[in-house]
Write a protein that binds this ligand. Structure first.
Ligand code: AMP
Length: 176
């Protein structure tokens, strides 16, 4: 276990105003990833409640969620399963639509990505309004996965994303 503190990780997260559109303050995690000690420390925090073998699959959400979910899967001796934006997965998929502030988006999973009853950790970099992760939860549940917890490096609490994940334990490492 590393001795990295959440304060150190928070300090490394870069706030980029008005990206990708005016009024949004983008939380840029690339400085955390680029620092070997901080990246490892962040992964220790994401996986700290679990021992290798206690999780069957870590499901990561397109695209930054893949980075943390893949690293968590290796630490926990679990498989990695992607939830992708529509049109990217090559085999048969289940899809789930969700609302954005303007319009909607669709995420997809391969129909055979999880064994029924699989113990799943859902991982993404950031919980904002919760629309994306709620759609991912629906897909995992459709495949028969049992979500142990949804873990986020960052949670924007003021957007109340947790409310969309009712019934799922939610944990975040850094909150704003
Ligand atoms: P949401 O569906 O609103 O919870 O949005 C979550 C997704 O959008 C996550 O996968 C994030 O990567 C991305 N996202 C939303 N807001 C931000 C933000 N302020 N900074 C960085 N990424 C964001």
């Amino acid at each position: 276990m590393s001795n990295v503190t959440t304060a150190e990780i928070e300090k490394a997260i870069r706030n980029v105003p008005d990206f990708p559109q005016p009024g949004i303050q983008f939380k840029d995690i690339t400085p955390v990833l680029a620092d070997a000690r901080l990246f490892a420390g962040a992964m220790d925090l994401v996986t700290q409640k679990y021992t290798p073998g206690s999780v069957d699959a870590v499901v990561g959400i397109d695209a930054r969620g893949f980075i943390f979910a893949a690293a968590a899967a290796i630490k926990l001796n679990a498989g990695f399963v992607p939830v992708r934006k529509k049109g990217k997965l090559p085999f048969q998929t289940f899809e789930q639509d969700y609302a954005l502030e303007y319009g909607h988006a669709t995420v997809a999973m391969h129909v055979d990505a999880l064994k029924p009853g699989a113990r799943v950790l859902l991982v993404d970099d950031l919980l904002a309004t919760g629309g994306t992760s709620a759609a991912a939860v629906s897909l995992v549940q459709k495949l028969g996965g049992n979500i142990l917890e949804a873990v986020f490096l960052i949670e924007l609490k003021f957007l109340n994303g947790r409310q969309k994940l009712s019934g799922i334990p939610v944990r975040s490492i850094i909150t704003y």
